[in-house]
Ligand binder design. Sequence first.
Ligand code: GAL
Length: 644
Amino acid sequence: MMQEAGFNVVRLAEFAWIFMEPEEGRFEFGWLDEALGILAAHGISAILCTPTAAMPAWVPRKYPEVMALQKDGTRLTWGVRKNNCFTSGTYRLLSERITRAMAEHFADTPNVIGWQTDNEFGHPFCYCPTCRADFQDWLRRKYGSLEELNRAWGTHFWGHRVTRWDEIVIPDNPEGHNPSACLDWQRYFSWLNVRFQRDQVRLLRAVCPRHFVTHNFMGLFPELNYYDLAEDLDFVSWDNYPVWGKPEVPYAASAAADLMRGLKRRNFWIMEQTAGPGGWGVFGRNPRPGELRKVAYQQLAHGAEGNLWFRWRTCTAGREQYWHGLLGHDGRGLRRYQEAAQTAQEYHRLAPELEGTTVEPQVAIIYDYDSLWALRIQPGFAGNSYTAAMQRYYNALFRAGVNVDLVRPTEDLRRYRLVLAPELHVLPDQVARRLIAYVEAGGVLLADCRTGVKDDTGLCHARTLPGLLSEMLGITIEDYEAVPEGVEFRLDWRPAEEGQAGSLPHAANQFTATQYVDWVTPQGAEVLAGYDEWYLRPFAAVTRHRFCGGTAYYVGTVVREPEFYDALIALLLESAGVKPLVQPPPGVEVSIRSGHGKRLLFLVNHTESAQTVKVPAGGTDLLTGEQTGETLTLPVYGVAVIKL
Ligand code: GAL
């Protein structure tokens, strides 16, 4: 059935440790050889997984200390998964042993093409004495001396100076412990996962040089620095489950795809794609007719190079009995199977055209884990979320039909015409200088609330906000306020002279400021919007400053209406000279893959009605083979790939 569907790769063995090492040091791979042989006979390749995300029962029986210790001092109970301590030398050794045994056994199996490390790194946090000692060692390496650590953490506050490394505790109370310590603990946890993966990757590379190594990431999952986790891999892959509540435009899946591509600035795979209703107890809705295919095409449009569904057949046993696959419990190839098969067959047809193409945006959003974490530890104002801030701008760019790269703060920004840096809360001086250099060289930059508050160690910069960016943005912020729920201010756009850039390309010019307000004093910047409230009238809400060759925008509040962000993005795009190729109707996504002299325009209709899109005439619709006219109509959940 897989072969008939057009599938050419499966992923195997991610939780099969007990079957490969039924008792310590005794390996059995015969069953997997047999499965691989069957697949090979049907022209199907395999990705194998190191099985360390679910340990056999004999592991904690023999070595109880490998189970992660919870905050309350009790160990996790064996029997779920992702429950090991990552500093445990025993666990690392056992992981190395099974990884080596697998690698040696399958290195020359012809249809094994690559590896997935573990499964969805990111859990659990462990609070055991080994983790504590390892954290102390990590800090010692990072800071070199206790004096430096005490300075970096500002431990004079509450008299929390430490005089020996072993006095340092795991800051397990993010609402009470020193925020700098909390930030370092999060960084340490991330590093710990990276180290665990690195041990496996080294081994796999040494034993299986012709195989790729990847890991299944989780999109916008916030616990790990995904740039670091991606570093050792050949490419990123990720698990995409966007079908849950009420059908709506899947902005987050789109942003996640752009981040996954941004981690290594190269195309990615989908290692698990929604195949049916998902849930461990209660299941979500069933993907509607056409939805699975359009979910897959959304990712293809953003640079996916491979697509595996999760799962093949719905399990009759275990915790995931209700996590539905392409086949139901009955194993029949019904609606979802057929839709996946249609997708696979179309992908085969598209493959030669896709070869050598990726998404090459002119716009980037900086996505920074330090800022994300620091804002989780201390959001500053109620409701503040780094990811939500990113999505306010991202969603507006999506609606404008513009591709975006999500990149790290130290990325080379010169290749972009427009860079958005929402809530770059942790702003080391060297990053601030890069942003300034970018604008000096002609770039268009946007910054907003709470930018530049902290330095790399989590101490507040002893500067007037926005610190080093002040001159470039042409503003100072001497005061600011959290806006409690139930309070809001009118924000008025102040249109510039008729016809000038700066006038809002939107009918409405009144919006609502919520959550937070910077009291922005222009120091050379133009005021594009201000507040109606009596005491806020002297201050700006949105500013623009021409600085050297470039332009820098600042938004000092959180605006309720998405239309505000649409209008702002239109202005920014105009400022940066970025012209969307297609202006999509609401709910239609536009993406372009290019390379090797080709340009492919993807259109994905996320709505449940037909949508007509104005497209460049004379292209080839690769799915129908027809020439495009002035417009193209996409059916419900319809997609098009147009070769321009
Ligand atoms: C993923 C995981 C899979 C499966 C799936 C459904 O997070 O990698 O193994 O558990 O979710 O729960």
